[in-house]
Design a protein around this ligand. Sequence first.
Ligand code: FAD
Length: 265
Amino acid sequence: MRGLARAVERLGVTIFEQTEVLDWAPHRVMTARGTVAAPVVVVATEGYGAALPKTRRRILPLYSLMIATEPLSEETWREIGIEHGQTFTDFRHLLIYGQRTADNRFAFGGRGARYHWGSSIRPGYDNVPHVFEHLRRTLVNMIPAASGAAVTHRWGGPLGVPRDWHAAATFDRASGIAFAGGYVGDGLSTTNLAGRTLTDLILDRDTELTRLPWANHVSPDWEPEPLRFIGSNLGLAAMGTADVEERVTGRSSVVAKLMGPLVGH
Ligand SMILES: Cc1cc2nc3c(=O)[nH]c(=O)nc-3n(C[C@H](O)[C@H](O)[C@H](O)COP(=O)(O)OP(=O)(O)OC[C@H]3O[C@@H](n4cnc5c(N)ncnc54)[C@H](O)[C@@H]3O)c2cc1C
């Protein structure tokens, strides 16, 4: 993040930190410190957009949490079989992901933290002891060689989930408002592609990027509460159940098939 900030500042961009955006309108951004006029406004607030009036129904914040172990020895890493730069996941429904960090820790994360009423976002929501413990147990079950490693870091944050689980990069020339987001937790490199897609859309270039399915894609809105609360938490519970069902039966989950449209399958 800091490297990116340095790179854009080298290109002449001024970054204003600690400036909360309250709302936006064509060619204007209203902040807690005053209104900024701009020919183009790019909305890229991802999961945090759920707290803003114009994107409240457009994006749902779904928490993902991670743990990291103490650094593991070369010998343990040889046994585990993961090289630097390699990441992995598996085919369970309640997603998990892992990687070896540059300083040889095992970083391991997943979904499973519940959705909060009204799409609320609070610092405490990314600190859920039972989810951290679930992650630790899952890691040890999958990778017994990591079982003796102490967990030294725990963190998390809200992912941005659109109603159809379809990321988008959009630009409306009349209002000057652009939007990029809805990556459902796969945004680290997708944001780069979104930036390049938006550049071409804003500069009115016809390129292979502006012909991608996500260019000017508009997702439907999420349902109002209480449907959003019930549906999201039901979806999370169903994915956990589907994983147990597949473990027990050894076959594709019926629950997952029924819940497919809700959870983006
Ligand atoms: C625990 C965890 C693990 C993840 N792991 C991976 C991974 O392995 N690979 C991967 O590809 N992705 C991963 N992601 C997802 C990835 O972090 C996001 O997809 C990516 O950060 C999205 O980038 P963004 O710039 O669109 O949004 P964000 O990084 O969420 O940035 C949004 C910015 O908007 C600012 N903002 C929000 N509201 C306001 C406001 N009102 N006023 C002013 N500023 C505001 C925020 O401060 C923030 O800086 C993970 C996410 C989490 C939480």
